[in-house]
Ligand binder design. Structure first.
Ligand code: ZN
Length: 128
């Protein structure tokens, strides 16, 4: 995989992660507006950082799993293990990663794992 391809995939992962987290931040803001709570200026100071942490706890299980899968993929990029199948150690092709940037297995191993578990890909990010 080229550096440029890796950069493209990293960008995709970051965009997906932001989309997942921000969708919930918008929801939180709407709830705040509905409640029309009085504002403490000191609370507002660190609110943005706290909000990001807080938001992760409000994600549904599947969304949180997706964020975790994205984080794991980003960590693998930093370690240089990205794009290597966790089962057979073979390469995961760029086309597959482009469609599924946080894939852990190559197409063959993912298909076998899916059959073994008898579950769809979406139901379990671990099989991707
Ligand atoms: Zn494999």
């Amino acid at each position: 995989m080229t550096t440029k391809q890796l950069a493209t995939l990293r960008q995709q992962l970051l965009v997906s992660r932001r989309r997942l987290v921000e969708a919930h931040q918008t929801t939180n803001r709407d709830i705040d507006q509905l409640m029309d709570a009085p504002r403490d200026p000191e609370f507002e100071e660190g609110a943005q950082t706290a909000l990001t942490e807080f938001t992760l706890h409000r994600l549904t299980d599947s969304q949180r799993r997706e964020v975790e899968a994205i984080d794991a993929a980003l960590a693998r990029m930093d370690e240089g293990d990205y794009g290597v199948c966790t089962d057979c150690g073979g390469p995961i092709y760029f086309e597959r990663l482009l469609a599924l940037p946080f894939a852990l297995r190559c197409t063959d191993c993912a298909t076998m794992e899916e059959k073994r578990r008898g579950q769809g890909v979406l139901a379990n990010p671990g099989t991707m």
